[in-house]
Design a protein around this ligand. Sequence first.
Ligand SMILES: Nc1ncnc2c1ncn2[C@@H]1O[C@H](COP(=O)(O)OP(=O)(O)OP(=O)(O)O)[C@@H](O)[C@H]1O
Length: 918
Amino acid sequence: MVTGAPATMLDRREELTPMLAQYVDVAERYDDAVVLFRVGDFYKAFCEAADEVARICELTRIEREDSTGTYTACGIPVDNAPKYLKRLLDAEYRVAVADQVEDPEEASGLVERAVTQVLTPGTVVEEELLAAGSNTYVACVATAAGGSEKESEGNPAYGVAHVDVSTGECAVTAGDAAAVDEELARIGPAELLCGPGVDPAVVDGADCMRTERDPETFEPDAARAVLDRYAESERFDAAERVAAGALLSYAEYTQGDDGPLEYVRRVRRYDPRRSLRLDATALRGLELFENHVGSGRTLFDTIDETRSALGRRRLRAWLRRPLVDREAIEARHDAVAAFAERTLVREDVREALSAAYDLERLAGRISRGRADARDLRSLHDTLAAVPAIRDAVADVEALAEVRADLDPLDDLRELIDAAVVEEPPQEITDGGVIRAGYDDELDEVRSTAREGREWIANLEERERERTGIDNLEVGYTQVHGYFIEVTNGQLDRVPDDYTRRQTLKNSERFYTPELKRREDEILGAEERADAMEYELFADLRDRVAEESDRIGALADAVARVDALSALATAAVERDYVRPEIVAGADATGGDTGDNDDGIHLKRSRHPVVEETEPEFVPNDADLPRGTVALITGPNMSGKSTYMRQVALAVVLSQAGSFVPAETARLPVVDRVFTRVGASDDIAGGESTFMREMRELTDVLHDATGDSLVLLDEVGRGTSTTDGRAIARAAVEFLHDEAGATTLFATHYHELTDLADEHDRVVNRHFAATERDGEVTFLHRIREGAASSSYGVEVADLAGVPDSVVARAHDLVAADRSDAGDRSAAGDDTVEATPQRTLDEIATNGHDTSSPPAASGSPRHDPAVAGLLTDLRDLSLAETTPLEALNSLHEFQRRAEEAGDVNRDGYDDDGAVPGGGGQ
Ligand SMILES: Nc1ncnc2c1ncn2[C@@H]1O[C@H](COP(=O)(O)OP(=O)(O)OP(=O)(O)O)[C@@H](O)[C@H]1O
């Protein structure tokens, strides 16, 4: 990274021109950033920095020459800066913008320049660089003592703070290492600061830019001094104080170090346990906001019917932190129901919301003194939309609370309307912003200018009359100002009071003393009017900024209305039902009633899959509290989808939404745990199995009787024996110790006998049918355990060569009949299902010419048994196609050796490398 002052300039510092010396001074002070230096209409970088900026922004470098020699420069046009700034931020650069801080025309000598802001990925405020519907956060993790000593007894080890500099939202919490990981996953910061003493492993999961700060800003006293400017420091834990203080000091630094950020109006302290806990694994596994496979659609995309950026951010926050307070959940359901039942109210509100601008970010720009006249007009237009929203919800009792908060701020709206013209220009320094009638003095100055212009407009006619020169003309040029033009033929009629101004080929231009006086008057008046307008505007902006608390409260209400009406729209359009929240259930520790307080869904659907699956099959879920449901069934039969849809119903319900089902009775869950397939892709440096075990550890440590646990094929990353043992032990623990409601999808059919020994373990399975040799998945959940997994059929569907499929069928059939023998002998109990067994399916429609299994057949040979075990244990997820072929080749060889092979009919294409004895 090329930051700070270019080395080549430092080397010859004494020789630099004053401007470049100024550049080097600034660049030295901001040595962690690339400095963009305002020169005329460009932001410039020089020497090495110029090379880097040119490379990243794809701009041309130019060679400059001055008295001190040649150097390279690169300029970003000021008018088009955001586009290039974005590229620099994307390349993980911090950008210090050094602006001219005095008027170049008034400067004597070198114009003074200073860094007015430091742009970083987490602290940008430029509208063009921000995603409208999501927040951009910078977060900070710090220890209580700023790293100089270990945290004091009993207090949480880490503080985690985050701030959105564009809206001023700032919050802080504290917790242990696991809580930090979970919070960072929920916050999803664009940039992260870490205090000294923070174990790097703690913040390992955050995938964002890291920013180094001076360790001094994490000193408890220094941090407290900063936090004091924003909040009552005593309210916070020691670690929270350090995290919030250091973070706000960084936020101030990025905004030009002008002192406290007015628009950070409060520092909210929160307890993550007051919301449904979803850690990084759950957020990913349930695909709430990210989905890298399949359709790429997420739950949020599916239900996002918001009309404003404000509402979109709110809905996102609701989904990220669903509630655990039953009353609060029901209050949201009441409001959503009210909107859902009243189509007209909903439509009126949504139409009015469409006119709303992003109040939070407008308020931020106004407080920062960055708002232009158009921003104030946008605020006006948004305020003007509020009465319509209020009127629409007037008679709806469930919306009374939010209605009360919808203060249209009439005084502010009227003030802006009286002051600012309807369509103001972008620039606030060139006049044309303030309405006539707003300020007497301005009106007078303007009328002086107007009268002057009128006097000039009539001058031509008056002078023609006075001089008798018929073709005399009055005109104006930028350079020479007003003039009276007389053609050469008429020059002898020019009166004495005309003074020559300019000679042209066929004419002369003159002025009179009165014309000169008027001209000065007009120009002076216009200049004064512009300056007065700017002052009046800045004053108006300050007055509006003083109301930022009220604007903030209104923004909050508008965001709520938008999110609630969006949830209602999603519910109506997608046929969701209001969940009944089970009495007595309250994950905050309230009484948890009787056995009936579990999850009960009738004909539930997966909200995202049903959008793309034209014939989605709804399924019931009846899971009394503490039930452990073992779900078996073929691959691709719908197990994962089912488990996720149950969890999504819970998440949606607690976020305040209705749920995709015919009826729903749901408890309040404290935490959703997942160990589902998605993490396989992101195992990173760890083995898949290690990752799986880590996730399982979290579940087993933290799940409670109020938790919902989804486990998908736990144990498959290791050998069958170990995997099965781990899976069984985990189920027993969840049932006996944690008491968590659990959905456990597994291919270990042996586990299904757990239902015989444990009260709350139940077996469910997904069935498939077979017609004309083809397997059809019914996607329907049934009582009992599945008999087999149809993995071979799925291999067939996926296009595995016929010979391999046929051979696999044979091997499975052999293994099955083997198991059947054992089962008959009483050493393996598999609950039978009404479905046909795989053996039947496998041998029906495929030319499996292996001999029928019988006691004493070669399959009982230890060599064959070993072969079968190895075949089963082969982890396909971790095997490359080439390795698979080699393994297959090896299996064939061993099978042949065992003398139990009938390869006729399997060798059609002889595709095995090395020939395998063909
Ligand atoms: N209820 C349903 N109705 C219609 N289609 C469904 C249903 N459930 C799942 N599907 C479809 O079946 C496919 C497989 O589903 P899913 O991934 O849930 O199966 P699975 O049993 O978990 O498979 P595996 O054991 O291989 O992980 C999905 O892509 C989905 O499109």
